[in-house]
Design a binder for this molecule. Structure first.
Ligand code: FAD
Length: 486
């Protein structure tokens, strides 16, 4: 396990007086100080980073969050906000010598209001995403944020990372479905922006500052989120495609053929799929004899309850694409169970990656039509660093977002791989700069990409972000050392 390297963060240790005051505010249930009790909050989901804290606070209301932030601000003690701790960039993991506290939002998990008529839900930020998806479905609505960690990530974490997932190409990312927020600022003041307004041009739209801020500007305590009609007629297909160029063409044509109803289009690759089938129980290959290493998981959805219409159209579309050689083979799910099994394979990629030997995964984006060229150029660039590296490009094809995995050559130790990794990262990110791409499409910066952001980001953007950070958090106590180099 790696210990998170500690940048020079000016931080005062949380002393006994502060701990006593926090205990008085939060009660026994609301403050953990035992080593074993705190352990799950100090290690990231991948098990690759571990940090420390004097205490883990578990507030149960906005007033408690505001109170604890005020106490920490007065004592000059740093805070690391945390939701479900499933982030992949180390944003929720404290640094190794963090002497402050972690604020875990899991107890703020109440639903305040569901308004199916107005298509909104008002919730506390510690609600687990899957619970909210199920609640929306119960009201015949869809919360269209879907990702592999949905059983444990929280809506507050989703907002703070501006999470993407598998339906962005149709519904947009998290930023697009937030109407209002309540946020505790680093001063302990509460900003009440908890409004269900679609239109509100009264100056700066502050909510967008906190969405994607990774807990560096304040703690999100409540949100009003938008929901959609629940899909009733869904067609899901597992498709073996000729190559990535075929994927781009197929998706482009599918938008029209489906009458703009493509809700997901995920690219997968044989290298990664083999890892899933090896390491994740219950995953069965829908097309074991696929003649190409590239596969798509495509979904078309309609809110109209016309069972089978979508599948019929999709079958016709894929049949025609097969005749033209874009598609080599395909299977359309015949039941919800089969569709779920296909999605389980897709969503198990991150889990499989944990067990499949050394390697690196880059969460990148380029213009979606340039994905095929990028796959080729990046594979070539990384092979120039390490000839036998095994590229495994996969991800949210429709968003131009790849989780581009590079597995170490077979037999290479983790220690050896670590020596090559900086050069691999440089090769991928230099190419992204040339492509006008992004070094972080949806996972954020956290602690993991701080150096890369400083290296590649536009200097004016960085200076503006720093000015905002200083204005809201002059003591640099809110998740210090994340996003920015100190
Ligand atoms: C198997 C798997 C699949 C994944 N798939 C995707 C995917 O498809 N798309 C995607 O975008 N991500 C994906 N992720 C990453 C992760 O699930 C998301 O980033 C998620 O949004 C994090 O939510 P969380 O509650 O776990 O946040 P955490 O990991 O706890 O925190 C993430 C960041 O948000 C901050 N934060 C958390 N809660 C708050 C709050 N209430 N107020 C202020 N700051 C806060 C933290 O300080 C940290 O910087 C995946 C992760 C896993 C493990």
């Amino acid at each position: 396990m790696n210990v998170v390297a500690t940048p020079q963060i000016p931080t005062t240790p949380a002393g006994p007086e502060l701990i006593a005051a926090l205990r008085a505010l939060l009660g026994e249930k609301g403050l953990l100080t035992g080593v074993e009790d705190m352990r799950p909050f100090l290690t990231d989901w991948r098990g690759q980073l571990t940090g420390s804290a004097v205490a883990v606070a578990r507030p149960s209301s906005t007033e408690e969050v505001a109170g604890l932030v005020r106490l920490c601000a007065a004592a000059g003690v740093a805070i690391v906000p945390q939701g479900g701790n499933t982030g992949l960039m180390g944003g929720a993991t404290p640094y190794a010598h963090h002497a402050g506290i972690v604020v875990s939002m899991g107890r703020m998990n109440r639903v305040i209001e569901v308004d199916p008529l107005g298509y909104t839900m008002t919730v506390e930020s510690g609600c687990v995403l899957q619970t909210l998806q199920e609640l929306a479905a119960h009201h015949d609505r869809l919360l269209p944020l879907s990702l592999g960690a949905q059983g444990s990530c929280t809506i507050g974490g989703n907002l703070s990372t501006n999470a993407g997932g598998a339906q962005v190409l149709h519904y947009g990312n998290t930023r697009g479905f937030v109407l209002g927020l309540e946020v505790v600022l680093p001063s302990g003041e509460v900003w009440d922006g908890l409004k269900a307004l679609k239109k509100d041009n009264t100056g700066y739209d502050l909510k967008h500052l906190f969405i994607g801020a990774e807990g560096t500007l304040g703690i999100i305590t409540k949100a009003v989120i938008k929901v959609w009609p629940k899909p009733k007629d869904v067609a899901t297909a597992w498709i073996c495609i000729r190559d990535p160029q075929a994927a781009v063409e197929l998706l482009s044509e599918a938008h029209t053929a489906s009458e703009n109803s493509v809700t997901s289009c995920e690219l997968m690759n044989r290298t990664n799929l083999d890892g899933v089938f090896r390491h994740v129980p219950g995953c069965v290959d829908p097309l074991p004899a696929g003649e190409s290493p590239y596969f798509l998981l495509m979904e078309w959805s309609s809110a109209l309850p016309k069972a089978g219409v979508m599948a019929g159209r999709m079958e016709e579309f894929l049949g025609a694409a097969m005749e033209r050689g874009l598609v080599l083979d395909a299977v359309i799910a015949q039941s919800e169970g089969q569709a779920k099994a296909m999605w389980h394979i897709r969503e198990s990629h991150a889990e499989a990656g944990r067990h499949d030997g050394p390697g690196a995964s880059y969460d990148i984006s380029v213009a979606s039509s340039r994905i095929p060229a990028f796959i080729e150029d990046a594979s070539r660039a990384v092979r120039a660093v390490l000839a036998d590296v095994r590229p495994g490009p996969m991800g949210h094809m429709g968003d131009g977002n790849l989780h581009f995995n590079f597995k170490a050559p077979i037999g290479m130790s983790a220690e050896q791989w670590r020596q090559y990794k900086p050069a691999v990262t440089r090769a991928v990110n230099d190419l992204l700069r040339d492509y006008g791409g992004s070094i972080s499409a949806e996972h954020g910066i956290g602690s993991e990409k701080v150096g890369e952001l400083a290296h590649y980001a536009d200097p004016v953007k960085m200076a503006t972000m720093r000015a905002i950070k200083r204005a809201l958090d002059p003591q640099n106590l809110m998740n210090p050392g994340k996003i920015f180099e100190v």
